[in-house]
Design a protein around this ligand. Structure first.
Ligand SMILES: *Cc1c(COP(=O)(O)O)cnc(C)c1O
Length: 428
């Protein structure tokens, strides 16, 4: 299936029914699976045979959908998680634990920033944040002997910076560690980080992959290229026997292609249980079937709205890498030649107050903390998610008080622009 083009994989990847079997991926809504003998089941526990025994670890519906995402990203193995937060936590904690260190772009989703800088710090994992725009030398200087991974987002939420994936991959590999890229906003339709040297890709499938605001979920995909055994001292969890799993050495038994996801399932999913329901995986698959059609439209609407705003006298600044004047336009031309995403952010001359008036006048765009679904929505971070910060702190964090983040949905672009035009008329 991975030899097909993305459009075909979106529709048919991950599941090939046999004669007389359901055409659509069946929802196997069962916690457990029956076996004829104890020995048969024992082989599954020893990871000696493939199969299902308990849906906290693996479920056929979830695995079909994970296989589709693996094929879309061009990876060798994938797993679903119950949220994007769980995906990023598992992807990092699978290789970095107490006493270890990670290097991360500072321009990442707030939830991930908190996960790494606060919660993982409590678990003994240290982090050094670097600007996504740092030089190769600055990036190099962030590494320590105990660094285990590098992390960044293809298009950052909400800053909309574009990651120079090749620069980050080169630095990670020079230090013998993998690059983990959160590809939520670009989706594999617009960028495949593995093609540029990333080793692990994560997703909040809650966003464009689901695309309808129906189910929270996440995914982790392995490119199958990182040679754990060549850096065995650095990755004992993958390269020495796992006593909690019958003495298996993941990198030996499952190779580069399967070690990361097998360990992540066998250890982290087993112990933390952040597993999606088969019903949620089914919804996610419905979203994936039209991802290639929807992304094109999200990008067209994003581009049209960004161009309209950039020319409007009441708007001081627009962030959208599809605009020729954007700071990230050159990187977008390289990594996102077919478009970036439907999320645009912009600043109003009238600041926080103007943002409030503007948003209250919108008829189509709803005020929500969500992004990336079929319905257009918007948010003023200063008045909501970043409410505790002063205007000075907001400016320093790159989130000015008058900033509005708008996630362009799948409505008519003309209607969206008309809605924005009339709402701006109400602003001084
Ligand atoms: C939303 C988001 C997350 C967190 O995902 P949830 O599904 O909400 O847990 C992680 N990364 C990015 C880029 C996101 O936009």
């Amino acid at each position: 299936m991975s030899s097909y083009r993305p459009e075909t994989i979106c529709v048919q990847g991950g599941y090939t029914p046999g004669s007389g079997e359901p055409r659509q991926i069946p929802i196997i809504q069962s916690t457990t699976f029956k076996y004829a003998t104890s020995e048969d089941m024992g082989k599954l526990f020893d990871l000696e045979a493939d199969g299902y025994f308990y849906s906290r670890l693996q479920n056929p519906t979830c695995d079909h959908v994970a296989a589709k995402i693996a094929a879309l990203e061009g990876g060798t193995a994938a797993m679903l998680t119950s949220s994007g937060q769980a995906a990023n936590f598992f992807a990092l904690f699978n290789i970095a634990s107490c006493g270890d260190h990670v290097v991360s772009s500072s321009s990442i989703y707030g939830g991930t920033f908190n996960l790494i800088s606060v919660t993982m710090a409590k678990m003994g994992v240290e982090v050094t944040f670097v600007s996504p725009d740092c030089t190769a030398e600055e990036l190099d200087a962030a590494f320590r002997p105990n660094t285990k991974a590098v992390f960044g987002e293809t298009i950052a939420n909400p800053a909309l910076t574009v990651l120079d994936i090749e620069k980050f991959a080169a630095a990670a590999h020079a230090h013998g560690v993998p690059l983990v890229v959160d590809n939520t906003f670009a989706t594999p339709i617009n960028c495949r980080p593995f093609d540029w040297g990333a080793d692990i890709v994560t997703h909040s499938t809650t966003k464009y992959m689901d695309g309808h605001g129906v189910a929270v979920g996440g995914a982790i995909v392995d490119a199958g290229k990182f040679d754990w055994m060549a850096h065995a001292d650095r990755f004992p969890g993958l390269c020495t026997p796992d006593e909690s799993y019958h003495g298996i050495t993941y990198a030996e038994k499952f190779g580069k292609e399967g070690a990361f996801i097998t360990k992540c399932t066998a250890q982290l999913m087993r112990d933390f249980g952040s597993t999606p329901s088969p019903q949620s995986a089914f919804y996610l698959n419905l979203g994936l079937e039209s991802l290639h059609v929807r992304m094109k439209r999200h990008c067209e609407n994003g581009q049209a709205v960004a161009e309209f705003l950039a020319a409007h006298p009441k708007v001081t600044h627009v962030n959208y890498c599809g605009l020729p004047g954007d700071k990230y336009h050159a990187l977008a031309e390289k990594y996102l030649p077919n478009g970036s995403c439907g999320v645009v952010s912009f600043e109003l001359k009238g600041g926080r107050e103007a943002a409030g008036v503007f948003m209250s006048r919108l008829r189509l765009a709803a005020i929500e903390t969500h992004v990336a679904d079929a319905r257009t929505c918007c948010l003023n971070p200063a008045g909501t998610t970043h409410r505790q910060m002063t205007d000075e702190q907001l400016a320093a964090a790159g989130v000015p008080a008058g900033l509005v983040r708008m996630s362009c949905g799948l409505e008519s672009g003309e209607d969206l622009i008309e809605d924005i035009r009339q709402a701006l008329e109400a602003v001084d």
